[in-house]
Design a protein around this ligand. Structure first.
Ligand SMILES: Cc1cc2nc3c(=O)[nH]c(=O)nc-3n(C[C@H](O)[C@H](O)[C@H](O)COP(=O)(O)OP(=O)(O)OC[C@H]3O[C@@H](n4cnc5c(N)ncnc54)[C@H](O)[C@@H]3O)c2cc1C
Length: 417
């Protein structure tokens, strides 16, 4: 079957990989000049199965209110005259009950566990390098109330089979000596030895090369404008490349355009509750090998994640619900540098930070749309929010199964199934 994948981020590229493996003739379309140049470019790097806490939980509404006036807050909602933003925010509030949070954790952990297994098999199969480490994730808390609050999601994740260990500050420093400078401020931590980290951009671009070698066609510099449809079937995708309009046709279509999927789907009358949650990262060279970390870290109080990517350090986080602009806000950039330098002063060349910002395709529940749409030949693989890198391989492998009429081997609520 001829399949057109719309979007060459980590989600679209992994989808292309599994589809070509299953014998399909695949074309990937993207407006950029290479794969992985938008949200998959410089994310936090964590393959974070066992830290699948959705933003929406019972303590979120109060925290978001408190952060409304704080310009460097970890999660910032900037109200706009945009009905999409308000609809998203209201729906987010609806997800903030303990029961909904527990359900969403279950969805995310199940998909994450399956996805990590698929990633491990894929990297063997494709033999790709992406500065990955299998050293686990250590989540440290400098606020004891937040540490106490983490017990409930930790228990839910343990019940779902995650090896998430509750540890003391002393044990945290034993596992990752780079935390020594702030050891006396750590209230407690959790450690998940099975989690991983790695560079999503390197992974995506190297996988795109493997896909090309296997016969997948990548059409870069090609903007998707809309669809041609007849009844409940998509007949083609209207594109623009170098000033030339062209309608690309296939038997099936996969929508994987990250934060931009919703606007395109709306043209077909499909409502996807995806809103961009802008995040930031900094990347710096390692300064002192002895003082730098290898275990991937999560700094709970500042909602930052740290990953070691070869001889670089990536620190990422913060979320701003403020539309589609990717303009850098230097107050937020500087807040990340300040905190990272405070946690591990000697680890990185903090004065050489490269700043980046990306738009997480966030759903109110943190759970992505994977599966069928009401159009017979249009499939969805989008809305992966905070965990698109973690969930990419599993989402893609599952969608390839769905397209081939097989039931995916994971307990997850697929769209339209
Ligand atoms: C600061 C930050 C930190 C993060 N940290 C982590 C982490 O540690 N672990 C984790 O699992 N996840 C993390 N994420 C989330 C993860 O990066 C995303 O969920 C993931 O990259 C989304 O992938 P995607 O392929 O859906 O979207 P994208 O990578 O954005 O890909 C979408 C593609 O569609 C293309 N496109 C869009 N519109 C059009 C159009 N009209 N025509 C043609 N092409 C189009 C774009 O060019 C793009 O290449 C983080 C995100 C951010 C912002």
């Amino acid at each position: 079957m001829k399949v057109l994948v719309l979007g060459a981020g980590v989600v679209g590229t992994t989808t292309a990989w599994y589809l070509q493996k299953q014998g399909h003739q695949v074309t990937v379309v993207d407006r950029q000049s290479q794969a992985g140049l938008e949200t998959s470019y410089a994310n936090g790097g964590q393959i974070s199965v066992s830290h699948a806490e959705p933003w929406a939980n019972s303590s979120a509404p109060l925290k978001v209110l408190k952060w409304l006036t704080q310009p460097d807050a970890p999660l910032l909602f900037r109200p706009k005259l945009d009905p999409g933003q308000w609809r998203w925010a209201l729906s987010f509030l609806g997800q903030c009950t303990s029961a909904k949070a527990a359900h969403n954790i279950r969805q995310m952990v199940n998909l994450g566990t399956y996805s990590r297994g698929q990633l491990q098999a894929l990297r063997q199969d494709a033999g790709i390098e992406y500065d990955h480490l299998e050293k686990g994730i250590l989540h440290f808390y400098t606020n004891s109330a937040e540490f106490d609050g983490a017990m409930e999601p930790t228990r839910i994740m343990q019940n779902l089979g995650c090896d998430r260990q509750i540890i003391s500050a002393e044990r945290a420093v034993e596992l990752e000596p780079a935390l020594k400078p702030i050891s006396n401020r750590i209230a407690g931590a959790t450690f998940t030895p099975e989690d991983e980290s790695g560079d999503a951009r390197m992974f995506t671009q190297n996988l795109a090369s493997r896909c090309s070698e296997a016969g997948v066609e990548f059409r870069y510099g090609t903007r998707v404008l809309g669809f041609e449809q007849a009844g409940e079937r998509v007949l083609g995708v209207q594109t623009l490349c170098n000033g030339r309009h062209e309608t690309l046709r296939a038997d099936a279509y996969v929508l994987s355009m990250g934060s931009f999927s919703a606007a395109l789907a709306r043209q077909l009358g499909i409502f996807l509750n995806i809103y961009p949650a802008k995040g930031y990262s900094i990347t710096v060279p390692v300064k002192n090998e002895e003082a730098a970390f290898e275990v991937s870290l999560t700094d709970d109080e500042f909602k930052l994640v740290y990953s070691r990517l070869g001889n670089r350090i990536r620190v990422a986080g913060t979320a701003e619900l403020n539309g589609y602009s990717r303009k850098l806000d230097y107050t937020r950039c500087r807040a990340i540098v300040r905190r990272a330098a405070e946690v591990m002063p000697e680890a990185g060349c903090w004065d050489q930070a490269e700043f980046w910002t990306g738009l997480r395709p966030a759903t109110p529940s943190n759970v992505p749309y994977i599966g069928k749409s009401h159009f017979a030949n249009l499939y969805l693989n989008t809305g992966h929010g905070t965990l698109g890198w973690t969930h990419s391989c599993g989402s893609a492998a599952a969608l390839a199964d769905i397209i081939d009429g097989r039931k995916p081997d994971v307990d997850f609520t697929f769209t339209g199934l």
